[in-house]
Unconditional design. Structure first.
Length: 94
């Protein structure tokens, strides 16, 4: 499976959880729900496929530093429970 199709598939699942369109996950939108869906998708793809941050950045069309911050945001949410919706979705992720 190609890297971009993996990202789109996972982003679609994350987008559905946060009630946003999958196209928004790949957009420049910084709305909280969109950013949370994007971060969750990046974290899930990295976790499942063990991608490097540069590979993750290519798949999502972002800088690798953005991917680092997004993955750290989800990991922090899992540890602390804040923000609650991100932590809940990450803990329940398949």
């Amino acid at each position: 499976m190609a890297l971009n199709s993996i990202a789109v598939d996972v982003a679609g699942k994350a987008a559905k959880l946060f009630g946003v369109d999958v196209s928004e996950v790949f957009s420049a939108s910084r709305y909280r729900s969109t950013a949370a869906a994007r971060a969750l998708a990046m974290w899930a793809v990295r976790r499942k496929y063990n991608l490097s941050y540069p590979e993750l950045a290519i798949a999502f069309g972002r800088d690798d530093s953005t991917c680092v911050v997004a993955v750290q945001k989800v990991e922090r949410a899992i540890r602390t429970g804040e923000p609650a919706n991100l932590a809940r979705h990450a803990r329940e992720w398949p």
